[in-house]
Design a protein around this ligand. Sequence first.
Ligand SMILES: Nc1ncnc2c1ncn2[C@@H]1O[C@H](COP(=O)(O)OP(=O)(O)OP(=O)(O)O)[C@@H](O)[C@H]1O
Length: 242
Amino acid sequence: MTYSVLPTPTAVPAALPAAASLHAAKLYKTFTLHHQGGAQIPVLQGVSLTVQAGECVALQGPSGSGKSTFMRSLYANYRIDAGQIWVKHQNTWVDLAQLPPHDLLHVRQHTIGYVSQFLRVIPRVPALEVAAEPLLDLGYEPELAYDTVRNLFAQLHLPERLWSLSPTTFSGGEKQRVNIARAFAVNYPILLLDEPTSALDAENREVVMQLIEARKAGGCTMVGIFHDDEVRDRVCDRRLPF
Ligand SMILES: Nc1ncnc2c1ncn2[C@@H]1O[C@H](COP(=O)(O)OP(=O)(O)OP(=O)(O)O)[C@@H](O)[C@H]1O
């Protein structure tokens, strides 16, 4: 692709491990509460992280310490005040903090997946469509896209009678499984996981751990927030303290 803003050669991170695919450099983020007297909440103060292909890093720290803010910043959902978010996108390092919206969309479509805790439900759109959308957007043949999603739904024990229904009325765990299928349907080189098993029973938690392990074995780079100690201990290689 052609980038509207090319990273300047001097800005590309030097001396990163060859297998690195994500490098957050000194991220700063302060929230300003404009409707509450302009109160300032400094959350990220120079947080850095380098993650290599096949590695999973857990963000760990007490409630309110900034884990979600960091994750959302990595996905460029939040605009950071300072720092760089380097991502290896189709063999080129790009800084998400600098990318124009159109290029950011391209990176999200091809390179970074995000499993949020909550599914953004669109009324009247069936679960199968919701989960197949990222593959269809990438130009996959519909039958291949739907088959991939059906396989994931079956693996995640999502009852077949729900596949053609809108997830609006689904339970928390059912919605979470649609979300997981949506993210795991695409073979993203980088996956961000925000409490991917929070609403799941033991059987489906096991399935998700296996999906994560398989992706890691395939070289996927992962960063996650896991409140479940068992999941974190099993799938994560190291922790970034908050
Ligand atoms: N959009 C926002 N506007 C203002 N303040 C925010 C916003 N998002 C988060 N904060 C504040 O930033 C701080 C960090 O929040 P964050 O959600 O990143 O923490 P966390 O470590 O993920 O917490 P938890 O484990 O409870 O989910 C909190 O004090 C929170 O009130």
